[in-house]
Design a protein around this ligand. Structure first.
Ligand SMILES: Nc1ncnc2c1ncn2[C@@H]1O[C@H](COP(=O)(O)OP(=O)(O)OP(=O)(O)O)[C@@H](O)[C@H]1O
Ligand SMILES: [Mg+2]
Length: 437
């Protein structure tokens, strides 16, 4: 093919992509910029072409760094400051050599940070899947809670969700996000119980390259940045250490974050939904939770009723879980017989809906006919536990060493540790307090 035709196609191709591309000669004069480059930085081609690139932005341009170092720089965050407009980019620069290995110029390819975040969120699964339609229940208390949650969805204020373990706090948090006008933006979750203090800090706010030993090259954005435009779900907020609470409060007030080791404040637009099964009011009285943060979050407070307060939903949910498992291709079970229904209705459901879901899936395995009976339930170990007795017995068995070993094996995940030890999470917390852990 003729060289002119190839050149024409190449130039058209570069103008068809949505990544910004600019090319300079070895002295830093811009030889080429594509359409996307002009759009992203907000400039006309004439304003850029043949201009020395270091005169176009007060910060050192990546193209100049590439020419000086004669090395590629890949996927680095970069701020292009053009005529007072600061554009936050992810940028890669590559040196261009002639056939003798002499540098003749450099090319850089970049995209807006929003596009990169969107990609990161898609890959990391920062999405909410559940909607209010997935919340099963006919009881008035649940319907009222859903109604309240829907009205909260329309506001931008932080929401505090309180509920016993397994009541559906995360389900509600996701549904609220999907009902709000942030639904097309990320839903990012952070479990405050699973992370040591220092990590929560960097997980929430991110860090710059070299902020501490072991910090990743190029730095790392925090959950606040990843959730920009969307919702940040802070699960198990009651576990958050008090000094992080202070930082969280400051961000809620200013909507501005600073990465660890960074000096560029970043504005964020994030809606917080926090969840806890701890009594925060009590924690405030005991000095374990900041009063100012508590009052700030408490404005929109959603209390998810425990299953024992919505007895009407027990059988409905049980049948819903059976259908879900049958549809998934599990063994066919018609339903629950009357005696077994009575047992389910009488149970205290300390583990709430998660416990019910577990009981039903175990019963489906154990069931030898078409109906789940009293016998099936007994076979799965279903019985009304007498909690005080269990705790008494376990305080003899579960000593500090076992507790520490289990927590080490779950890397600090308290939920998993409680499951391994066969105790509820509140019981685990009692032990942690008892042993001063
Ligand atoms: N009303 C409901 N309808 C259908 N499924 C539900 C309902 N409520 C909860 N679930 C299911 O029960 C399980 C527990 O819910 P979820 O994880 O939201 O509870 P949680 O309150 O966050 O629990 P934890 O305190 O243990 O973190 C999930 O599998 C969820 O899908
Ligand atoms: Mg949860």
């Amino acid at each position: 093919m003729n060289k002119d035709v190839i050149n024409e196609i190449l130039l058209k191709a570069l103008d068809s992509v949505s990544d910004g591309i600019s090319i300079c000669d070895k002295n830093g004069y811009l030889l080429y910029v594509n359409n996307a480059c002009c759009e992203i930085v907000g400039a006309d081609k004439e304003e850029l072409l043949n201009k020395k690139v270091d005169n176009l932005s007060p910060d050192k341009p990546m193209l100049i760094e590439v020419i000086e170092k004669k090395k590629s720089i890949i996927d680095i965050e970069y701020f292009w400051n053009f005529k007072g407009k600061k554009t936050h980019l992810i940028n890669s620069g590559y040196p261009i050599f002639d056939e003798n290995g002499n540098i003749i110029g450099a090319i850089d390819i970049f995209r807006s940070i929003e596009r990169s975040r969107k990609l990161a969120n898609t890959i990391a699964g920062h999405q909410a899947f559940f909607t209010f339609n997935d919340i099963v229940g006919e009881s008035n208390t649940l319907k009222e809670t859903i109604h309240l949650a829907k009205t909260f969805s329309k506001s931008n204020e932080s929401i505090l969700i309180y509920g016993e373990t397994g009541t559906g706090k995360e389900l509600f948090a996701q549904s609220i996000h999907n009902y709000s006008n942030r639904r097309r933006k990320p839903f990012v979750a952070l479990n405050c119980a699973n992370l040591p203090n220092e990590l929560i800090d960097s997980e929430l706010f991110g860090y710059e390259e070299g902020a501490f030993t072991g910090a990743r090259k190029g730095g790392k954005p925090g959950k606040f940045e990843l959730a920009n435009g969307g919702t940040l779900f802070l699960d198990e907020l009651g576990e958050m250490q008090i000094d992080i609470q202070a930082k969280l409060l400051r961000v809620l007030e200013t909507m501005c974050i600073n990465r660890i080791g960074g000096n560029k404040p970043i504005n964020v637009d994030v809606r917080i939904i926090a969840a806890t099964n701890r009594n925060l009011e009590e924690m405030v009285e005991e000095g374990q939770f900041r009063r100012d943060l508590y009052y700030r979050l408490k404005v929109l407070c959603l209390e998810i009723p425990p299953l024992k307060e919505r007895k009407r939903d027990i059988l409905l949910l049980a049948e819903y879980f059976i259908k879900k498992l049958v549809d998934k291709g599990n063994k066919y079970v018609k339903g629950i017989d009357n005696k077994a229904k009575e047992m389910l209705m009488k149970h205290s459901w300390k583990g709430n809906i998660r416990e019910l879901e577990n009981v039903i899936s175990r019963s489906m395995f154990a069931c030898d006919g078409e109906w789940i009976t009293e016998k099936t339930l007994f076979m799965t170990g279903f019985k009304e536990p007498r909690y005080e007795e269990i705790i008494k017995k376990q305080s003899i068995k579960i000593n500090k060493d076992i507790l520490i070993d289990t927590l080490n094996s779950t890397e600090g995940n308290k939920k998993k540790a409680a499951e391994i030890l066969g105790i509820s999470r509140p019981t685990l917390y009692k032990f942690l307090k008892k042993y001063d852990l």
